[in-house]
Design a protein around this ligand. Sequence first.
Ligand code: NAP
Length: 405
Amino acid sequence: MFTAEALLEQGCEVEIDIIERMPVPYGLVRFGVAPDHPQTKTVTDRFDQILSHPAVALFANLEVGRDVALVHLLEMYDAVVLATGAPGDTPLDLPGSDLPGVYGAAQFVGWYNGHPDFQQLSPVPLGSAVAVIGLGNVALDIARLLASSRARLERTDIADAALDAICAAGVTDVYIVGRRGALDARFTNAELHELEVWPDVVPTVERFQLPQLTGAQGSRTALRNLKTFWDFANTCRSAPRRIHFVFRARPVQILGGERVTGLRVMRDGTEMDIACGTVVAAIGHRSSPIAGVAFDAQRGIVPSDNARVENRLYAAGWIRRGPSGVIGTNKPDGVLVATRIVAECPAAGRPGRLALEEHVRESCLKRVDLDGWRRIDATERGLARNGAARRKLTSIPELLAAASG
Ligand code: NAP
């Protein structure tokens, strides 16, 4: 969307077709951003305007590689941009990580955000204690959601099945487990600080785990985080639900038989078991390879030379840079790619949209266009309750039915 916006802002004559695997647009904003952060999702107002621009068309429910080949797209269009993000999980390579009750964060977040690919996870018997591995904002999102009251969750666009599962579990303790120390955590301070203000949840950390504030070395964010951790450590209030930060605890094994019963970690040379019914590994996202283009499996990206992958083919966002940064971090990527396209891809008489429309017709594909998305959007907004922006449809058939009205 940021590439499309930047191309439109360049003021050149251009037609932009946005191809999306799901029947709905906006990828990570819809399926990754925490349901209780609606403010972050307001970027979709801007994206809706971009999609409504007369030069832009939406081809949703069309998967590159399955419904149309990349090589075919390069024949149709003067330039093709890969902006497929990082929808998968970095695998957790531990004994026991295949036990029922162990999830990757992309999978788990996708589940509570209503992603059709992950609805088969339900029912999720979470248990009253959950361990989340990783010291990043995704781990924090998951912990916060799991520690939320029903009243709080009901005001969000969380998927119904997840709302019911979280409330039924009666989660009382969430452990955020990191292999490094408090100063190495990758949380942004605003997100960490947010935990302090809820009366029914208390964030805790044992004092011995924290370096002293005086003389601590680190980035501005790391030092602010340390101050916040000390505030957590010094708090005396109690609450029905707790989020525990466990530092310098290297996960070594997932415990259990039929399903997860605990997480074993090594802390300061000593083994320690954390009893829990679910483990979520929030240890980073992974991009998927795209047929017909090189993929660096080590880094999980499509290699490019400053966004240019090959002649007329570009990459932007997490598939180019790897999974880091907030949504706005992708805007400069879009500007970079748009600038390169304008400079390097003169119009060469390729058929563009007409050819893709013909391919959709001939292959009998069920394309969702802008009108279809508007119908889905209106349906979901109409179903919303308790002040939430929408109540999501969570299966492909439901979404396609809403798209066709
Ligand atoms: P992240 O910030 O890169 O954090 C990943 C965490 O996983 C790190 O603490 C890392 O520890 C740990 N880790 C990696 N491999 C591990 C292993 N094998 N065992 C144990 N721990 C392991 O990634 P993220 O949380 O997925 O977030 C991705 C990006 O989205 C970030 O830039 C984040 O800020 C952003 N985001 C922002 C928001 C927001 O602004 N509200 C919300 C969600 C996500 P080490 O440091 O030891 O490697």
